[in-house]
Write a protein that binds this ligand. Structure first.
Ligand code: F2R
Ligand code: MG
Ligand code: MG
Length: 347
């Protein structure tokens, strides 16, 4: 059982992780990450972590914007509803449309607005000719749900994640990616960061859950019926050194795209690869390594770094985060307040 003080710091850590990964990853999105770019990245993060200097905030993107919308829907006095979540998304999107949203999800927001949220999941079901989106947009915003369900059972968490996903993502790969990320955060919340992380055990528990989840999905999934199980097997091969974890192998096996299947397991790998020690080391190294490594893989850098850092923060708590780095991110104080509010809902 995790003590209350530690759990609260994990609430801070995971939401701060979402924000920092997003803000720091966004400038590198889609860039070719050769050795020169990796050096630029290292220097960039060193500067942000170093002695504080006043500079314009690093703006967050859709990842954090929609995470805040999910948190607000969970904190709503009338209780969580898909309609309220849809309303939050629409308000947030039209407040600032230039936060790098997915190219298709914006159609969902437009239809939701035009129909005044009459059917909060209807527009999402119509995406991609009725296939629904398998983008990582539902997974990238799932952290508040994992926190909200910290004291409830897995079934409740998974049901709520599914409900929240369906407002924009109805393809099973988009939903299962969000469930995988939520289950991974849940495990991080339950572990003691003063002990060395047993990565093998952590991964095998996740795999057990995913195998059951994919078995229970409709049979119409054809070749995708065990898609996440396969990705988790690949994470295991890379982690255990059965396959050399070179960037090339990681990208070939796990991917770095905006698709949930090719980014959620990648974020999980980034966290596990960079987390071998414990908080007792007190050097704040693992969180920073997770951030830098996730961005260094290129591709969907804001989202992969955001999801990986949410895991690292949920495992270590906010003690693992260099305060100066956080100060450079837009709305960092508000993120702490949201964590406080979600924590106060726990019974
Ligand atoms: N979109 C981006 N970044 C790309 C460019 C931003 C650039 N800075 C700019 O200004 O142009 N980042 C954000 O999008 C990802 C989350 O996306 P989400 O919310 O899942 O959106 P969407 O549109 O539903 O899906 C994303 C793409 O995935 C492909 N896709 C999804 N389902 C598909 C299907 N059934 N069939 C075929 N393709 C499918 C499409 O290419 C979608 O556009 C995050 O990275 C966030 O940071
Ligand atoms: Mg983004
Ligand atoms: Mg992204």
């Amino acid at each position: 059982m995790i003590e209350k003080v530690l759990l609260k710091s994990k609430f801070y850590g995971s939401l701060i992780g979402v924000l920092i990964g997003d803000c720091c990853g966004a400038p590198f999105e889609g860039q070719l990450m050769d050795s020169g770019s990796k050096l630029v990245l290292k220097n960039y993060l060193n500067k942000l972590e170093g002695p504080f200097f006043k500079a314009p905030y690093k703006k967050f993107t859709d990842d954090t914007a929609l995470t805040i919308c999910v948190a607000d829907a969970l904190l709503d006095s009338k209780g969580f509803s898909q309609k309220q979540l849809a309303k939050n998304f629409v308000l947030e999107y039209y407040k600032d449309t230039r936060r790098g949203y997915g190219s298709a999800v914006v159609d969902v927001f437009a239809k939701l607005r035009a129909t005044k949220m009459a059917d909060p999941t209807g527009p999402a079901y119509a995406q991609f000719g009725g296939n629904g989106s398998y983008g990582n947009g539902a997974a990238m915003r799932v952290t508040p749900i994992a926190l909200f369900c910290a004291n409830s059972n897995k079934a409740h968490l998974m049901k709520l994640v599914q409900e929240a996903s369906l407002v924009t993502h109805t393809n099973v790969l988009g939903i299962n990616g969000a469930i995988l990320q939520a289950l991974a955060i849940r495990q991080c919340l339950q572990l003691d960061p003063n002990e060395t992380l047993d990565r093998k055990k952590y991964l095998s528990e996740l795999k057990e859950d995913i195998v059951i989840l994919e078995k229970n999905n409709d049979a119409d999934l054809d070749s995708n019926y065990n898609a996440y199980e396969k990705q988790l097997n690949a994470v295991q091969l890379l982690l255990e050194g059965d396959v050399e974890p070179s960037d090339e192998n990681v990208l070939n096996m796990l991917g770095h795209s905006t698709e949930a299947l090719y980014s959620v397991p990648t974020a999980l790998f980034c966290f596990l690869r960079c987390t071998s020690g414990s908080l007792k080391d007190k050097d704040q190294r693992s969180f920073r390594d997770t951030l830098e490594y996730a961005i260094s893989l290129g591709g969907d850098t804001d989202t992969i770094a955001s999801m990986a850092c949410a895991l690292s923060g949920a495992y270590f708590g906010d003690a693992a985060v260099v305060e100066n780095l956080l100060k450079h991110c837009e709305r960092s104080e508000d993120i702490r307040k949201i964590a406080d509010q979600l924590f106060s809902l726990l019974n």
